[in-house]
Design a protein around this ligand. Structure first.
Ligand SMILES: C[S@@+](CC[C@H](N)C(=O)[O-])C[C@H]1O[C@@H](n2cnc3c(N)ncnc32)[C@H](O)[C@@H]1O
Length: 285
């Protein structure tokens, strides 16, 4: 029996503003369902010995839970202005504070990198203009696996060329993207790539659902910071609250090559918290 397929909405008709009509419970349900599906898919790939593939063919494989498009739509609604706004607000606040501080001595953050505009690579961009309020000093390149707008480059971050991006970026945003990657080794690769792509003294903005670091068997707030340090990324800002949904960090790429401690301990999973109610979020190097 042939199944009725849901009619796809053309990209031009997708919501690009943040007004939300769907109920928070229904947006959360789609997002949760999508993550469960990605996880099952990754487990299946590992069992079959085929770890690659979550890039290009993602769209067709997740069709049964509404597809990447619907997931993205729900994510945009979930961060609507009427629900507190997007994560970029946190990054903008931190950058403005740092910019003002740098102004006291020189002419703001841009002088630290000797540039007219700070170059920001926004990985996992659902809207093309998240940083419009900073257009006079930040030049944004928004990318996503599935572009919802002509101004968002359709690009898998994991496939970006290392050589041409080496120490190219002043800011990199990885907001709710690392948890989207269903494989622990790929998460490690993603973070290693971030460290490579940043200039010395440049910033990595990271957002994760709080349970990834507060209720995981394998990752804690402390070990995440240690892991980042092993990549040469030093914690400069952190924000989360008990009972909250998200955690935000700002890391700065350290100057000296020599100070990285051994990242050996992040090669295998170590149980930090046990118990049935824990999740399995992990990052492996
Ligand atoms: C939950 S949304 C994040 C939205 C937004 N950044 C935020 O903070 O709300 C996750 C997005 O990351 C994108 N994504 C996941 N892995 C990616 C990769 N390897 N390269 C580019 N985009 C990726 C997905 O396509 C999805 O649109």
């Amino acid at each position: 029996m042939s199944r009725l397929r849901k009619k796809k909405t053309p990209i031009t008709k997708l919501t690009t503003s943040r007004s939300s009509s769907a109920k928070p419970q229904s947006t959360r349900a789609v997002i949760r369902q999508f993550h469960v599906h990605l996880k099952k898919q990754a487990q299946g790939q590992t069992r079959n010995g085929r770890p690659e593939a979550l890039g290009a063919d993602l769209g067709s494989q997740v069709e049964q839970v509404g597809g990447l498009q619907e997931y993205q739509e729900m994510s945009v609604r979930g961060q609507g202005n009427d629900r507190g706004g997007g994560c970029e607000k946190v990054l903008i606040g931190w950058l403005l504070a740092r910019d003002q501080k740098a102004h006291c001595t020189k002419s703001g953050l841009r002088s630290l990198f000797d540039v007219t505009y700070l170059r920001l690579l926004e990985v996992g961009a659902l809207l093309p203009d998240n940083y419009r309020s900073c257009a006079s000093w930040i030049d944004v390149t928004p990318i996503d696996l599935h572009s919802r707008h002509p101004a968002i480059l359709e690009q898998d971050f994991l496939q970006m060329d290392d050589d041409s991006n080496m120490e190219k970026w002043d800011i990199l945003s990885l907001s709710l993207v690392l948890n989207f990657v269903p494989d622990a080794h790929k998460r490690g690769r993603m973070l290693r790539k971030c460290a490579k792509f940043l200039k010395r003294g440049a910033f990595l903005f990271l957002t994760l659902p709080l349970p990834c670091v507060r209720n995981s068997r394998y990752v804690s707030l402390e070990t995440l910071v240690q892991l980042m340090h092993s990549l040469g990324l030093e914690l400069v800002e952190e924000r989360w609250r008990e009972g909250g949904k998200l955690a935000y960090w700002l890391f700065c790429k350290m100057d000296s090559e020599g100070i990285h401690p051994d990242g050996q301990q992040f090669r295998t999973k170590r149980v930090l918290l046990s118990g049935k109610s824990r999740n399995n979020f992990a990052i492996l190097m």
